[in-house]
Design a protein around this ligand. Sequence first.
Ligand code: ATP
Ligand code: RIB
Length: 302
Amino acid sequence: MYENIRAAVVGSINKDLILNMEQVPDVGENLLGTTYSYANGGKGANQATALARLGAKVKMIGKVAEDENGKTLLENLQNEGIDTSCIATNGTSTGLAVIILDGEGKNRIVVYEGANAEIKSEDAVKSIENNSFDLLLVQFETNEEVVISSVNSAIKKGITTVIDCGPAKAFSLEKMQGATIVTPNESETKALTGIYPDSEDNILKASKTLMDRSKARFIIIKLGEKGCSVWDGESLTLLPAYESNVVDTTAAGDCFTAAMALEYLKNGDILKACDMGNKAGSIAVSRMGAQNSMPTYKELFK
Ligand code: ATP
Ligand code: RIB
C-alpha cells in the first residue's frame, strides 16, 4: 500500500461539462451531440483523487468560489478522504472545463480557470513549509508564479517533486530547476520544446531539451495508447501501454502521474513506476469522467 506517503497537490479544481458527439464540428459547422453530463475534474483535483484512492494521505492546495460548483467539488474531495483545509473558498468563480468527447473517446478541452488562477503563491508556499510531505504534485492549470514558488519550496525541503505539464503551454521551466520528474504528454511536449514526440529520435531530442531546461532527474513523456518514454540523462526507455477498452481518455494523464509518483516513492525504480502509471492510465481510459475514472489500490493490484 501507499498509505505512509504524505502527498501535497497544488492545482486546479474544475466542474467538467462533458458533451458527447460522434464527430466534432468544423469551424462554422453546427452538429447535434448525443448526451451531456457534469463531472468533477480539474487536473489538480483529479491527481489528488487518484493519490487518495491509491491509499496516500493527501492535502490539496487550491481555490474555488462559494458557488454551487465550488461546494459540490469540495464535498466530493472530502468524501474521497482528501484534506481540503488548504483550499480557499473566496474565489470569484469556480473553474469550469468544457470537454467535447468524440465517438472514439478522444477529447478536446477548453478551461475557464476562474478561482484556479487566483491561488496566492504565499498561501501555497506557507502550506508546503508548514506541513510535512513526501511528495508534491503540480500541474500548469494554475498561475505560473504559484507553480514555480511551490516547486522551489518543495525542492528546498527535499520533497520528491513531480511536475505534470498539462495543459499545453509555454512555461519557464528554467525557473524551477532540480525537480524529481517532469512529465508532459505529447501536445505539452510540443508546446514546451517545439518537437512533437512522434518518433524515437524526436522523443529523445525533446527529452534532452526538457532535461537541459529543467535539470530534472527524469523526463517522462506520456504517449497515449503508445504508453510512455523515460529519459534519465543516459538512456531512453519506451514502455508500452496496457490493452484497454477505451471509453473516455479524459484524466488518463492525471491518473498516470499520480500512480507513477507513488510507485516511484515506494520503490525508487523509475521503470517499474512508469509501468504502474501505464497500468493505472489504462484503467482510467476505460471509464467515463475524470475523478470518477481513477482506480483504487485494489483495482490496480488485482
Ligand atoms: P488527458 O489530458 O486526457 O488527461 P493525457 O493526454 O495527459 O491525458 P495520455 O498520454 O493520453 O495523457 O495518457 C496517459 C497515459 O494513459 C498513457 O501514458 C497510457 O499509459 C494511458 N493510456 C492513454 N490512452 C490509452 C489507451 N488508448 N490505451 C491504453 N492506455 C492508454
Ligand atoms: O486532465 C483532465 C482535466 O483537464 C479535466 O478534468 C478538466 O477539468 C481539465 O482540467
